[in-house]
Ligand binder design. Structure first.
Ligand code: MLT
Length: 304
């Protein structure tokens, strides 16, 4: 009997992969063989010696002490690509929301009083105040060409955007999946130079901290949009704030609440929603459950 300890928000379809006659799966297991989690932070947990594997139902593993676990011989798995469509859709939604000023426009209309005499003239005023712009012909820089970055790049291209991608380590498989009309840049600076929007799809490491910063933001076109649906710290928030205040940047779409930017009219702040669709939660849980099971039963290692 294998014992799997689960933490928050693991989709049921993933748990169904562990047949109950061979597995005990619960959130309060004694001496577990494996741990299965989503964004729960494992750094402060005293992980029992019985643990052989840890499965992250998502792509980022920065909530797991990977190095310390690897030194103990514990295999760490993630679910690359399983949430790529969910994140891609949110990036495209963010671009459209910001380009059409949809959130402030909706807030403006909601704040009007339909019983007031000037209601219709106020609506008309809103129509002029929130004129937006269209995406075709605008240039999007995609930093990171893994499963998510490639999906975003192809979708933006399908919407008529010019797309330039940067990733020094793109796999052959992902390179093949890229739409042939997508340019490849040799550096972050080159990708962002003359871009109207930038979106990041890389893990947070010492090399990617402040990857988007005052210097390369300065090379973007006036009125550019910045998107961070990856990890807090990849974009230098203070530099973005400066660009927004100086009206060099049009909008910041971030999946992390940023101190000092909450309520800013041109910042769209989301509560880490990138992977939060029923489909993505199931895909991630199923992928990670399959990997854990294959490892525990057969010793196979995929994505460790
Ligand atoms: C990820 O790294 O894939 C996301 O953080 C997933 C999540 O929201 O759990």
């Amino acid at each position: 009997m294998y014992r799997i300890q689960t933490y928050n928000n693991i989709a049921v379809r993933g748990l169904d992969r562990f047949p109950r006659d061979h597995y005990e799966v619960a959130s309060d297991i004694n001496q577990p063989d494996a741990l299965m989690l989503r964004s729960f932070d494992l750094h402060s947990v005293d992980i029992p010696d019985s643990v052989l594997a840890v499965g992250r139902a998502g792509s980022g593993v920065n909530n797991i002490p990977v190095e310390a676990l690897s030194e103990r011989g514990v295999a760490v798995f993630n679910a690359p690509g399983a949430n790529a469509n969910a994140v891609k859709e949110l990036v495209i939604a963010g671009l459209l929301l910001a380009a059409r000023n949809l959130l402030p426009a909706a807030g403006y209309v909601q704040g009007l009083d339909p019983t007031k005499e000037d209601f219709m003239s106020s609506v008309e005023h809103g129509k002029k105040k929130f004129t937006g712009f269209e995406l075709p012909g605008r240039r999007l820089a995609v930093l990171g060409l893994g499963a998510i970055g490639v999906g975003v790049a192809n979708a933006a291209r399908a919407l008529g955007m010019e797309v330039v991608g940067f990733d020094p380590k793109v796999t052959v498989e992902n390179a093949w999946r890229l739409d042939s009309g997508i340019e490849r840049a040799r550096s972050v600076e080159a990708a962002m130079e003359g871009a109207d929007a930038v979106t990041v799809h890389v893990p947070l490491t010492e090399n990617t901290a402040n990857l988007v910063n005052a210097k390369n933001l300065g090379g973007m076109n006036a009125g550019a949009m910045v998107l961070n649906l990856a990890r807090e710290g990849i974009v230098d928030d203070a530099a973005v704030r400066e660009g927004l205040d100086a009206e060099r940047l049009h909008a910041y779409i971030t999946d992390f609440p940023v101190q000092g930017m909450m309520g800013h009219p041109r910042v769209i702040t989301l509560p880490h929603l990138g992977a939060s669709t029923t489909e993505s939660e199931e895909n991630c849980a199923v992928m990670i459950a399959d990997q854990l099971r294959d490892y525990l039963e057969n010793g196979n290692v995929v994505n460790s």
